[in-house]
Design a protein around this ligand. Structure first.
Ligand code: NAI
Length: 210
């Protein structure tokens, strides 16, 4: 796919799900799959699947379907799962610890290299063999290691100052769990906000509308 090809956000949002699903098929030794079978398993219509995958040059062949391995690898390239982006996590409280412990960063193209917190009592604790460092060491660590991604798990009242500093240190992407609107003030960086409460409210809405 050409770098500047514009693909709709809704298609992009479905790619991780395709990727995850194809990974499971691959693990189960399935070599090829039709759009019809994909549709039954994933809950999208077959025509939706064909349209989505056509955006990237169409990996399917009439009468054969999709080669699972090839499609998995192509979608992986589009998502950049082999990029190994150096990543740091700020805020090693309940949420930050859970994310650092349980997310498979490497499988998604990220390499968690540093964890920082302002609480001195946490310094030196290990999460997956990565020591929690005091936040005062973040500047030198970034200068020495040039991470490009930050995961923010700090309270929102601490966020602004730290985000400005991180951007000045070369951070290009934020995985943002704190309730602070980074993108509004920094259109030049990539921000992916994660708000579990939004998902919960969507559940409430959908139950109301059953
Ligand atoms: P917590 O209080 O357990 O952890 C926050 C950690 O951030 C503490 O260890 C604290 O020392 C550290 N911290 C605060 N300011 C800092 C700074 N300037 N530099 C470095 N470290 C700093 O809180 P918890 O439960 O982990 O939640 C963290 C934030 O994430 C909260 O603001 C909460 O509202 C938000 N949150 C968001 C969710 C989401 O779905 N987006 C879900 C749960 C929590």
């Amino acid at each position: 796919m050409a770098k500047n090809t514009v693909v709709s956000t809704s298609v992009i949002k479905r790619l991780p799900r395709y990727y995850r699903f194809l990974g499971e098929l691959k693990q189960n030794g399935i070599v090829r799959i039709s759009s019809g079978e994909l549709s039954k398993k994933m809950g999208f219509t077959a025509s939706q699947i064909r349209q989505d995958l056509n955006c990237f040059g169409g990996f399917g062949q009439q009468g054969y379907g999709y080669n699972v391995e090839q499609l998995y690898s192509e979608i992986g390239k589009i998502l950049g799962v082999n990029n190994n982006r150096k990543t740091i996590l700020i805020g090693a409280g309940n949420l930050g610890k859970a994310i650092a412990s349980h997310m498979s960063f490497e499988q998604r193209g990220f390499n968690l290299i540093g964890i920082f917190d302002k609480n001195e009592a946490l310094a030196g604790q290990l999460i997956k063999n990565i020591p929690i460092r005091h936040i005062d060491g973040m500047y030198n660590f970034c200068k020495d290691n040039s991470p490009s991604v930050a995961v923010l798990c700090i309270p929102s009242d601490s966020a602004k100052e730290i985000i400005d500093e991180l951007i000045a240190l070369g951070i290009k992407g934020f995985w943002n769990f704190c309730h602070y609107a980074i993108a509004a003030n920094h259109p030049d960086v990539a921000v992916e906000n994660v708000h579990l409460s939004d998902s919960l409210m969507m559940l409430s809405y959908r139950i109301n509308n059953l």
